[in-house]
Design a protein around this ligand. Structure first.
Ligand SMILES: Nc1nc2c(c(=O)[nH]1)N[C@H]1C(S)=C(S)[C@@H](COP(=O)(O)O)O[C@H]1N2
Ligand SMILES: [Mo]
Length: 328
């Protein structure tokens, strides 16, 4: 059951919940139990204080023409700098600044996506062949991270359903499983470390087919009118605006059509904390913190979190009849 009764001593008053600190501590405790020599590794815990390489983002080429979307919010955009230097992309480290510092080693071209499973046109597709037939749109969406912060991001992309159509899912295809690149040479966060990793690689995510083909679900190849910076998931990533940010898997290399819900990274790591659906829901707290409010990056006061991240008119019907406290 998701909602645990918390002792007052367990309730954190910190304003932005930082998953990294929690999991680093757990990894540390696990490591310490295994090795008495762990004391010598204490500096790992202080990693965020260590000097960091210059966080200059790769400059993206301009993407045009861009159609405007009726699904865009008119809220104030977060700055390009915030969007590209405050990231979750554990393949490049667990600090928010790590992806901007380290994602330069990711080679975004040439790039292929392997399509498999219950579909008529499985195969290995060159990314540019998949992108080319689609009109690029600007989609200004809220992104609500499970850690209770949010941003407003002008993505560039196209509906996922356009490529799904092309692959011809069979009647058995009920879910799509997605995978991120697995390559420790390009992704330093995937290299073995003393305490192991927070997540098992490759990063995995999944959607029910009707979620995947919902018009709000896009594949993004850019932001702010420019090619997607590596730290945001170059060359192509999912954006599912009514779900917590971790569903929006980055740097996708594989899509598989399947009958059953696929294993997903955060659910594998902590199933009682992260369900398969992970719809933004202020009424269902995370076992370690409230989901009622969120901090928009750059703002001082927290704001209430909206059901389905404010996209309920569009998506609530996908879940009619489901108990969302059980299907969290
Ligand atoms: N492969 C991969 N995809 C990922 C993640 C990750 O660590 N690895 N982090 C997720 C999380 S928790 C969030 S909040 C969003 C952040 O996207 P952004 O950095 O572009 O804002 O990416 C998601 N996609
Ligand atoms: Mo997140």
């Amino acid at each position: 059951m998701l909602i645990k009764v918390r002792k007052p001593s367990e309730v954190r008053s910190s304003e932005i919940t930082d998953e990294k600190l929690f999991w680093d501590r757990r990894r540390f405790l696990r490591g310490a139990a295994l090795a008495a020599a762990a004391a010598s590794a204490t500096p790992l815990l202080l990693g965020s204080a260590a000097a960091r390489a210059d966080a200059s983002a790769p400059t993206g080429g301009k993407l045009e023409p861009l159609a405007k979307s009726p699904y865009s919010t008119s809220e104030k955009l977060n700055a390009y700098k915030d969007i590209t230097t405050y990231n979750n992309f554990y393949e490049f480290g667990t600090d928010k600044g790590d992806p901007a510092s380290h994602a330069g080693s990711l080679k975004a071209r040439p790039w292929t996506i392997k399509v498999s499973g219950e579909c008529e046109k499985p195969g290995v597709y060159d990314l540019d062949d998949l992108i080319k037939p689609n009109a690029l749109e600007e989609r200004i969406y809220r992104l609500r991270c499970v850690e209770a912060w949010s941003m407003v991001i002008p993505w560039v992309g196209f509906p996922l359903k356009e490529v799904v159509k092309r692959f011809g899912p069979t009647s058995k295809a009920k879910y799509i499983a997605f995978e991120t690149l697995l390559d420790a040479a390009q992704m330093p966060g995937q290299r073995p470390s003393l305490f192991g990793s927070v997540l098992e690689w490759p990063y995995r995510e999944g959607l029910r087919l009707d979620e995947a083909t919902h018009p709000l679900t896009i594949l993004s190849v850019g932001l702010y009118g420019k090619v997607l910076p590596n730290q945001n998931g170059a060359p192509i990533r999912l954006v599912v605006p009514w779900k917590y940010g971790f569903k929006s898997i980055k740097s996708i290399v594989a899509m598989r059509f399947i009958e059953q819900p696929p294993p997903t990274s955060w659910n594998m790591q902590a199933p009682q904390e992260y369900g398969f659906y992970s719809n933004v829901n202020p009424n269902v707290d995370h076992p370690r913190w409230s989901q009622k409010r969120e901090r928009r990056l750059g703002e001082f006061l927290k704001r209430p979190t909206l059901m389905f991240n404010g996209y309920g008119d569009e998506v609530a019907k996908l879940y009619s009849g489901m108990d969302l406290t059980k299907n969290y």
